[in-house]
Design a binder for this molecule. Structure first.
Ligand code: SF4
Length: 332
């Protein structure tokens, strides 16, 4: 992982760059290492220091984040970088409490950055660590109710020596050996002490309270192209889902959305919907398309010329809409 320090360097006392660690932890919230790796490299190449990121244009950062999802994280990334520069002279604070004061940093991220970047004995508990603790102590109470107990167990084990390495080691153990379906107990360093392995219950843990069925919401988006090739796009409001990201104008997302075209035109419905799943709901977007004249004045958003519009700057759901709609609106 690009944000890690090699074991030999670590042994020689080299600590990781807190900026790189913090960025990795923000990106990894709700996202896999495989998905984050390239984004982390890209961000570090474009904005190698927290000062560079703090000085970046919001739109450039949101565009670089496009596709990684959970866009509130990108907005918080910027807010946090600016707070580090404004309030801490560009140097990340090195304690849990001070990190927790920064925008967008919750208890998990504060503990992870304090432990990994500053070798503080903080308890870092992600899904992998919860699984390892549930098995090590054969805890059958279901998540999320058992979180406090699992965290308390993890805290008991957190050492004063090399806590940063320890935090990463337990997370890695969960990611690579103590995996959800087939834990490789034979090669696990904790196999002799593991209560679930001894009881034969490891693969069934941790137990989880069944989730409610995910609801489906509906929406209507309007994809308009002007005769000079420009596309009508809007920046979504800061607050709310996909806040601050570029998108197609449209209705709210609900059980029964009302049509809200940005102007009168001959709107044609595409035969196919765009479908996307967010954390708490499935979304089905009806796509309306129109080709419009040069003088068209939209009620919202603005026309972006062909040269300025970059589809990769769209969040995934809006990109799906573009992929479905652009053939209908291609240059004749
Ligand atoms: S012995 Fe098996 S179940 Fe227990 S911690 Fe190791 S991999 Fe997980």
């Amino acid at each position: 992982m690009p944000w890690r320090v090699a074991p030999a360097d670590r042994k020689a006392g080299v600590l990781p760059d807190p900026y790189a660690v913090w960025m990795s932890e923000v990106m990894l919230q709700q996202t896999t290492v495989a998905a984050v790796r390239d984004y982390h490299r890209k961000f570090m190449a474009i904005w190698p220091t927290v000062r560079d990121l703090a000085a970046a244009d919001d739109a450039d950062v949101m565009a670089a984040w496009a596709g990684l999802g959970y866009y509130a994280r990108a907005r918080n990334l910027l807010k946090c970088a600016r707070a580090v520069v404004a309030d801490h002279d560009g140097v990340f604070p090195d304690t849990y409490d001070a990190l927790l004061e920064l925008p967008g940093i919750g208890p998990y991220t504060a503990a992870a950055v304090a432990a990994i970047a500053f070798d503080r004995p903080e308890t870092v508990v992600d899904g992998n660590v919860e699984r390892v603790m549930a098995r090590l102590y054969d805890i059958h109470a279901p998540l999320p109710g058992s979180k406090a107990e699992l965290t308390a167990r993890a805290a008991e084990l957190t050492p004063q020596t090399r806590p940063g390495d320890y935090a990463q080691a337990v997370m890695d153990l969960g990611a690579t050996i103590c995996t959800p379906r087939n834990p490789a107990c034979g090669v696990c360093p904790w196999r002799d002490d593991c209560a679930a392995r001894i009881a034969g219950t490891a693969a069934a843990l941790p137990k989880k309270t069944p989730k409610k069925k995910t609801p489906t919401r509906f929406g209507i988006v309007y994809v308009a192209r002007r005769e000079d090739g420009a596309w009508l796009l809007e920046t979504r409001p800061e607050r709310g889902l996909l806040g601050g990201m570029l998108g197609w104008p449209g209705s709210d997302w609900s059980d029964d959305p009302a049509p809200e075209p940005p102007f009168e035109a001959e709107w044609t419905a595409l035969g196919e919907e765009a479908r996307h799943t967010f954390t708490h709901f499935h979304l089905r977007l009806k796509i309306m398309t129109a080709k419009v004249a040069l003088g068209t004045k939209p009620a919202c958003g603005e026309f972006l010329s062909q040269g300025k519009f970059n589809p990769t700057a769209l969040p995934t759901v809006m990109r799906k809409v573009f992929d479905l709609a652009h053939m209908t609106l291609r240059d004749d």
